[in-house]
Design a protein around this ligand. Sequence first.
Ligand SMILES: [Fe+2]
Ligand SMILES: [Fe+2]
Length: 391
Amino acid sequence: MIYTHEAITIALLSGSFVYTIWSIITYFLSTNAKIKKISLISFLAGTVYLAFIPILYLTKSNITLSFVIATIAYTLKFLIERRILSYSKYKKMTPKWSCYILGAISILAIALIAIGVKDTNLFLYLLILTTLIVSLSWFLEKGIRIIGFTSTVSLVLLVLVNDKSLAILLSLIPYGFNSIFFNSKDYNNTISSLFIISQYGEAILEEQIEEYKDFIYLLINKVESRYSQRNMHSINVKAISEGIALEMGLDQKSIDYISSASMIHDIGYLGVDHREIEVSAPEEETPKTIKHIWIGKLILENSDIFIKYLPVVLYHHENLDGSGPERLKGENIPLPARIVRVADIFERMINSRDGKKYTIKEALEYIKRNKGTLFDSDVVDALERYIYKHY
Ligand SMILES: [Fe+2]
Ligand SMILES: [Fe+2]
């Protein structure tokens, strides 16, 4: 009977090599945080498995110990994978009972060697049992019969083949198959699509947005300049919103978003008859003017490109206490909308075209009085810092 350490080593390698390499490639390729997390745990599982190879070499003189180590390595990798798979649709594939049995087999193997049992056949059967448990737990779950099948074929070969070194190798080969199956059928595809969408989709969309942005800005500014009530309003709100976002320490991507969204926040006014824009105090929202948020929604809903600014267009008149037109409350109001809300009221108060004109101090005092009820406190604080620096 031939038992070679090389055979066991190759067996361990066959199960973890593809898996580990693929996991780390996936980690660097993917931009999705969840997939990144999965690949990292996956990489860890593979590394733990690979780490047993040097230990196997150290136990060269003791073939029984090699079997035990192979079993433990197999179980450990499986247990770590259970953590990974709980993220995916294959969650049920690794029922708890199979993990408990695998853990028990490992403990039994350690206990047997501790009390001096040296029956190599017994340890080989324990390894076969490990494969059987994994195979069964895969089989029990619908839709993943291929994995169960590869494990079962391996089991049959394991029993039929006389060469036990080859048997060990065969018992572990399904791991390689399964890794390839998972990667190619499941998250390989997902990652590829996510990668393409996140890299190229975003770039293509940004390019299109840039093309239309200038035109839209020009249009809004042109329309606003025709009415004294709205002259330069959006351009001013854009500058103040950017200032608040900068003061709040937001990242560049968020600042860019707020900058574009604030410029078109009142796009709905394009559908409001200017005679309906009533002369009123800037801090008052009349039902006639508030309808511009719903017209804005209708306009954006027809645009694949500008739809991403909908949260600001629709919610920039929401009050923190939930008394706004859409009844959104607190943190449920998207942060960019909370920022534009404050920039918008401040701009209208200090540049009031028809109603009472406020000084910067008066406007800031009014906004601070309503901090926490109408306006987000952090946003108001950022506005205050912005004002001290720029006015
Ligand atoms: Fe508005
Ligand atoms: Fe506005």
